[in-house]
Design a protein around this ligand. Structure first.
Ligand code: 48F
Length: 265
């Protein structure tokens, strides 16, 4: 005789709970205030800041897991670094860190990444994971008004097995937080609407400042954050230091608020 520790709920109730809740949320987020493509450090940070201000935010992430490159510092070693003043963001997130030399701080990747994901979830951001960004929605006058998405596994199925059309989401602003790929900006380049410069060689001291400085609206309705900024504007890469990703995410959120006419706090 099995002791009844759990509630008497069967398979059909479990399946229905998943389907109903997923469908309800998906339907609600077909329209949002801001759609963020990419759930790495810059996208998560931007999402957290915007949702904290009460905006309806969806992050589209092609992987099952969130966090992008933030789990691992570099070269498969799970310590992440930030340079002054970005340790203040680690403090905000309650991530333990230590100063290893003047102005350079180190933290555990899994701890920093899971805290950032947790804070983003707590702020009210919703996620479409295993979902790949496919294209932009462009309206007359050229403003970005949404994104076309599909299930990630669809792209690895042979054409003879299936051809599944994507679906589209409408939004007021899109943020490209896809890292080195700059996937959303690339869609504009494919149409001759923008010219991508491609990421420059590594130079940490210059790159972090430049990435934060260039964070902004690259095209009406499209804000670029994180490493996608370096790719778009030909800025040097920075390697495994993440301060600029966190601060660029914050800056990107400020730009979205400005564009939507929402006052700074
Ligand atoms: O690469 P990623 O972590 O970008 P980031 O936020 O931070 C960059 C750093 O991790 C590091 C660095 C500086 O410290 O050089 O690389 O700019 O996160 C980007 C996320 O976007 C997802 C991808 O899976 C990752 O989680 N992504 C990329 N392309 C798509 C996408 C796409 N087409 N559709 C959906 N998600």
């Amino acid at each position: 005789m099995v002791k009844k520790l759990f509630a008497p709920v069967g398979e059909k109730e479990v399946t229905r709970a998943i389907v109903d809740e997923f469908a309800k949320q998906f339907s609600q987020y077909v329209e949002s205030d801001c759609l963020i493509i990419g759930g790495g450090p810059s996208g998560l940070m931007a999402g957290k800041e915007l949702a904290t201000r009460g905006l309806k935010i969806l992050i589209v992430e092609r992987n099952n897991y969130l966090g992008g490159g933030f789990w691992i510092g570099g070269y498969l070693m799970n310590k992440i670094t930030v340079r002054e003043p970005a340790q203040k963001v680690l403090e905000e997130l309650a991530v333990p860190y230590k100063e290893v030399s003047k102005g350079l701080y180190v933290a555990d990747g899994p701890h920093a990444c899971s805290k950032l994901i947790g804070a983003t979830c707590d702020s009210g951001v919703k996620f479409a994971n295993m979902t790949v960004f496919d294209d932009l929605v462009l309206r007359e006058g050229g403003k970005v008004n949404g994104a076309v998405i599909n299930w990630t596994p669809i792209s690895s199925l042979p054409r003879e097995i299936t051809c599944v059309d994507p679906v589209a989401l409408e939004t007021k602003m899109v943020i490209d937080a896809t890292g080195h790929d700059a996937s959303a900006v690339r869609k504009l380049e494919e149409r001759g609407l923008i010219k991508i410069k491609g990421m420059g060689a590594m130079w940490v001291e210059r790159s972090e400042n430049l990435v934060v400085e260039h964070t902004g609206e690259a095209y009406p309705g499209l804000v670029v954050v994180g490493m996608a900024v370096a790719t778009t504007y030909g800025l040097p890469r920075m390697g495994p230091t993440f301060g600029a990703m966190l601060l660029s995410g914050k800056r990107g959120a400020e730009v979205v608020l400005e564009k939507l006419g929402i006052k700074k706090k």
